[in-house]
Design a protein around this ligand. Structure first.
Ligand code: PLP
Length: 234
């Protein structure tokens, strides 16, 4: 960007990404201690949606390698050059996926957290087979049964899990949820944990900037943290 060019407020704001990242990691470690869990049982997914390389680079330079994006197209534009410089990056898709983007998603991402319907599961299974690339998937559960949100309802989760894992042979790592904004997140984390347990799944993708420590205490194996690391979005 040319010197003196106007910047959007989100990008001119001073954010110490490396310090924020270190603080979040420390809080995760403390939550693990409280929960009596080993620190390496929780993966921090640093969520970079809306942020450009200048904001992401400090995290990469600090040694962080696991990142999340919520849009296929945005990730496709942003990450290939970064992956060239940091080939051991693991990129997680944490936003809704349309079946017509499944091919690109399977090629670009290292995990998909948003399998929420049988049709998508079937297309993903076919793509993984075609590309010879088996990437871990999570079934997204709409624990709050919110009409505007993605995710299978809790009462339909067992059937979708069975179809993904047993019928399609999808590499199922676990379950994911996004609790309703105005509700106590722990109830939703506990519900997700219960559904995973009765299905013999160990992965729990839950917890964001506002509630990742609670999520760790309720068994999260992957927390998805954006603004607490990279600052407010636009
Ligand atoms: C944006 C996003 C996050 C991160 O949200 P923050 O509140 O900024 O930490 C986590 N999960 C999903 C699915 C998201 O879309």
């Amino acid at each position: 960007m040319a010197e003196g060019a106007p910047q959007s407020p989100a990008h001119s704001e001073r954010v110490d990404v490396a310090a924020n990242l270190a603080a979040v990691k420390e809080r995760i470690a403390a939550a693990c201690v409280r929960a009596g869990r080993p620190r390496d049982s929780v993966t921090l997914i640093a969520v970079t949606k809306t942020f450009g390389p200048e904001r992401i680079l400090p995290a990469l330079e600090a040694g962080h390698r696991t990142f999340g994006e919520n849009r296929v197209q945005e990730a496709e534009a942003k990450w290939p050059p970064l992956k060239e410089r940091f080939p051991d990056v693991a990129l997680h898709l944490i936003g809704p996926l349309q079946t017509n983007k499944a091919k690109v998603a399977v090629a670009l991402f290292d995990a998909i957290h948003t399998v929420d319907r049988a049709k998508l599961a079937r297309v993903l299974a076919k793509e993984m087979e075609a590309q010879g690339r088996r990437i871990p998937c999570y079934v997204e559960v709409n624990t709050g049964e919110e009409a505007q949100k993605h995710g299978v309802f809790p009462q339909d989760a067992d059937a979708l899990i069975r179809e993904c894992r047993d019928d399609l042979g999808l590499p199922l790592a676990g379950l994911m949820c996004i609790p309703p904004l105005d509700e106590e997140p722990s109830l939703h984390f506990a519900l997700l944990h219960k559904i995973a347990e009765r299905n013999g799944l160990s992965g729990l993708s839950m917890g964001m900037s506002g509630d990742y420590e609670i999520a760790v205490e309720f068994g999260a194996t992957a927390v998805r943290v954006g603004s607490a690391i990279f600052g407010a979005r636009g």
